[in-house]
Design a protein around this ligand. Structure first.
Ligand code: ATP
Length: 280
């Protein structure tokens, strides 16, 4: 079975509190994009076999797809194994939920090939054991995610908007980004309701105005190049720019596809991973 595992961008990321166990409480508008990995899943007699098109991604128990398969075998009492292959197109350690979306694909795929009959809610509960973004990746589309990300409320679709992703040659660990964040120093939170209202009426300028990510300053301070990329995206016609998740990918949204293509040409020569895609 072949599954398209889509990436996401954050149109917003607000941090609204902290749980006793140290996890941050979030409010995020998540948006699926066309960019995707391809995950192929087949039943096997026993064990988990994983292969990936990018040699630097671990193909062992450290891989989120492997973790998801292991968890499914254990939790669902599956008597058998699975063969998984991943064609990796989503930049890694980028803030685009690349690992989480592969895990979600494995959960969906194993539900099918083993005819487990799990509901979406049941898969989301299982997915949360692998990672906080996995429940959203199972739902996809446009959604408001809260809690640690696991409470997913679908929103009106916001598809077909041109998005240019620019990821410089370094990765950012999600843990490090959150560790550098100080909740009591936040002066202004994200206007999540205003952002959603602007998306509802598809007013792109207003969407751009309300796009905000509280982790952006933390990562921008550490990596000033991201500020340069954001400024340059604006100079090349982006009507809004933001860092996705904990970064380092920054993206621009465009109201003109021609501007987006021209900007892609400009950035392609300068940065390692530059991908022109669309909201889905
Ligand atoms: P998020 O937006 O959910 O924080 P991310 O895009 O920042 O995700 P990932 O691409 O999921 O980060 O990768 C983070 C780390 O996880 C990398 O160091 C990578 O080697 C490892 N990893 C494990 N499994 C996978 C996978 N299936 N795809 C990509 N990376 C994986």
């Amino acid at each position: 079975m072949r599954i398209e595992a889509h990436a996401k961008i954050n149109l917003s990321l607000d941090i609204v509190g902290k749980r006793e166990d140290g996890y941050h409480l979030l409010e995020m508008v998540m948006q699926e994009i066309e960019l995707h990995d391809i995950v192929e899943i087949e039943k096997a007699d026993k064990g988990i076999t994983l292969s990936c098109s990018k040699e630097y991604i671990p193909c062992n128990a450290k891989n989120t797809a492997y973790k998801a398969a292991e968890m499914m075998i254990e939790r669902c009492g599956i008597d058998g194994g699975v063969r998984i292959s991943i064609e990796k197109n989503i930049p890694v350690a980028a803030g685009l939920a690349g690992g989480s979306t592969d895990a979600a694909a494995v959960i969906k795929g194993m539900n099918e090939v083993y005819e487990l009959g799990l509901s979406l809610e049941e898969m989301m509960d299982l997915g949360l054991r692998v990672g906080a973004d996995v429940p959203y990746c199972l739902v996809g589309g446009t959604a408001l995610c809260s809690g640690i990300g696991e409470i997913v409320k679908p929103l009106k679709p916001f598809s077909g908007v041109d998005v240019l992703l620019v990821k410089p040659a370094f990765g950012v660990s999600t843990k490090d980004a959150y560790m550098g964040f100080e909740l009591d120093k936040v002066k202004r939170h994200v206007s999540t309701r205003r952002l959603i209202a602007a998306m509802d009426i598809r007013n792109l300028d207003l969407v751009a105005y309300n796009m905000r990510n509280l982790l952006e300053n933390v990562t921008l301070r550490k990596h000033p190049i991201l500020k340069t990329i954001k400024e340059s995206l604006s100079e090349h016609g982006a009507i809004g720019t933001l860092m996705s998740g904990s970064g380092p990918t920054v993206y621009g949204i465009f109201s003109s596809s021609e501007d987006a293509r021209k900007a892609e040409g400009f950035f392609r020569d300068k940065y390692r991973e530059v991908i022109l895609t669309r909201t889905r």
